[in-house]
Design a protein around this ligand. Structure first.
Ligand code: SF4
Length: 98
């Protein structure tokens, strides 16, 4: 995986005065996800973007495949009706990296 770039969003996260342990947990998480999912995750971790939080959580839940979030079958999940891309047609979804 490519290294995590410092961005405006990362700066916002750093402004949260996180503990060393929290910062390390975020960095570890970022390094384990595809580059295309990092921006949404970073936005969620500013603590100011709930929609991004749901999006990041759902993507992580299904292994970062947007099509699998759309196809989610866990009707009992509290995020089911909030999951991203559920109303998009499959062909409209951007291709996930292989
Ligand atoms: S709605 Fe589906 S994809 Fe999203 S967190 Fe729940 S089980 Fe996972």
């Amino acid at each position: 995986m490519k290294p995590v770039k410092k961005s405006k969003i990362v700066s916002q996260i750093l402004e949260l005065e996180l503990t060393k342990k929290q910062t390390q947990a975020i960095e570890d998480r970022l390094s384990q996800m595809p580059e295309t999912c990092r921006k949404t995750y970073q936005k969620a971790m500013t603590g100011k973007a709930r929609t991004a939080g749901v999006k990041a959580f759902c993507r992580e839940c299904v292994g970062w495949k947007r099509i699998d979030v759309k196809k989610c079958t866990d009707l009992g999940c509290p995020l089911y009706f909030y999951r991203p891309d559920q109303h998009m047609k499959e062909k409209e979804l951007p291709q996930d990296p292989q």
